[in-house]
Design a protein around this ligand. Structure first.
Ligand SMILES: [Ca+2]
Ligand SMILES: [Ca+2]
Ligand SMILES: [Ca+2]
Ligand SMILES: [Ca+2]
Length: 437
């Protein structure tokens, strides 16, 4: 009896190793058993250097490992298998430390190095959006990946040189996945949503700068790289809100037909391999507004309520985010600020000297991040951080942000919102065509 069990275990182990070397690692698989764990995050908000806590919930044992504190309020979680051993490595991205630094530092706890030492790599800048969980060169190791305006740039953590591909537009949402079945040799494709002024948004699948596929993505709120038929190749999917309590996941099957799945209203979502007995992907959802979590072990199965104590958000792969940006409560105000507030403070300049577009400066000595323009709780635009400078009366460095339009092009009564120490600071601009100083 004992012998049989040990043979089974040995066989399972060998099988796992084969999987790892020949196909893609399962996302968010922290113990390497081929099943995704549920990754939650808690923010202790205690100001400690590692105030965020990963809660890693193992579906087969129902045990939660909350021993990993890693990252602070403004860091992004980007766990993926960077060393290619089939085990997810905890990783975060943050702004490089030091005054005036605009680089991003990726901090990775490689499982192959024991999982506790931190490997640091500088890659990308704070103007870029980070995209986690992509293996662009197909070597089985997740790449550091950013989207910089209309380009996707990636490299392995231990590489000196990066690869840049053209996307052709600035994507609203994006994810990576294998859409044509050749990921092992060529690497992941990019799936990205293009928002158009006078027609429906489109999802495009782009391979090394060329368009493979395009689909409608009406009212898309995010994209999903999901395998709904279990053949190991991802289908093109997205989600949109449906009424006040539900969202709809829409996936184009291999014949181009739309498959629709009704789920609870999505605030955050990630795709994973949650069902041991199925090769069809499932989704883990943070439900909007009431901090509860639901799991569909595969996309066709009923939702299960999941309770992981103290978990506030979920950790997703394939999120497109800027460092310092919070995915929820983007449009609410924690601190109402005065405008005008006098020289050296906040400045809204509708027509900048350099390019005629709006430029916004935040008060001296306060390191504001992620400046966005909001109207009726909708983010109209997130401005690009372009650096900071001092002048004689500013009480320190003022961060500069640039927009795509002259100030007069925005509607009246907008709110400028920034993030400072995890709180939203708000300035009301009643007439965006006028200078506010
Ligand atoms: Ca696992
Ligand atoms: Ca690993
Ligand atoms: Ca790679
Ligand atoms: Ca498939």
């Amino acid at each position: 009896m004992l012998i049989i069990i040990s043979m089974k275990l040995k066989y399972a182990f060998v099988f796992n190793v084969c999987l790892v070397s020949s196909t893609y690692a399962v996302p968010l698989d922290f113990n390497g058993d081929g099943v995704s764990e549920l990754f939650g995050i808690e923010n202790q908000t205690d100001g400690s250097p590692n105030e965020k806590v990963f809660h890693i919930h193992d579906l087969s044992t129902s045990a939660t490992d909350d021993s990993n504190e890693f990252g602070k309020r403004t860091t992004l979680e980007v766990p993926a298998d960077y060393d290619g051993d089939g085990v997810t490595d905890l990783a975060i991205v943050q702004q490089k430390e030091g005054e005036g630094e605009t680089a991003l530092t990726w901090r990775i706890k490689l499982s192959s190095a024991g999982g506790s030492d931190v490997t640091e790599v500088d890659f990308g800048t704070v103007e870029d959006r980070v995209l986690s969980g992509c293996d662009r060169d197909g070597d089985g190791r997740a790449d550091l990946t950013v989207i910089r305006k209309k380009q996707i740039i990636s490299q392995n953590y231990d590489s000196e040189s990066s690869t840049t591909d053209q996307i052709g537009f600035k994507p609203k949402y994006a994810a990576c996945g294998d859409y044509d079945g050749d990921a092992e040799s060529v690497g992941d494709e990019l799936i990205a949503v293009r928002k158009l002024k006078n027609s429906k948004p489109k999802i495009r699948v782009i391979k090394a700068g060329s368009l493979l596929q395009q689909r409608n993505a009406k009212k898309a709120q995010g994209v999903l790289a999901i395998d709904i038929d279990g053949d190991g190749i991802k289908e093109v999917g997205y989600y949109r809100h449906k009424g006040s309590n539900n969202s709809q996941i829409i996936v184009y099957d291999a014949n181009g037909n739309k498959q629709k799945y009704l789920v609870s209203r999505i605030e955050e979502i990630t795709v994973g391999a949650y069902d041991e007995s199925s090769t069809i992907d499932g989704v883990f959802i943070k439900v909007n507004s009431n901090d509860s979590f639901r799991l569909h072990r595969n996309i066709n199965s009923e939702a299960e309520n999941i309770n992981i104590s103290d978990t506030e958000g979920l950790v997703a792969v394939n999120q497109l985010q800027k460092v310092g940006q919070t995915s929820s409560n983007e449009s609410g105000c924690d601190v109402d600020r005065e405008a005008p507030d006098g020289g050296g403070g906040f400045l809204w300049k509708p027509v900048s000297d350099s390019n005629g577009k709006v430029v916004v400066l935040t008060p001296g000595g306060e390191f504001h991040e992620n400046l966005r323009i909001v109207k009726d709780e909708q983010v109209l635009e997130t401005l690009d951080y372009v650096g900071n400078s001092d002048n004689s009366d500013s009480n320190g460095l003022r961060n500069h942000f640039r927009g795509d339009l002259p100030g007069g092009s925005y509607p009246n009564n907008i709110t400028v919102i920034t993030t400072l120490n995890g709180q939203n600071h708000c300035w009301l601009i009643s007439d965006p065509g006028e200078r506010v100083d």
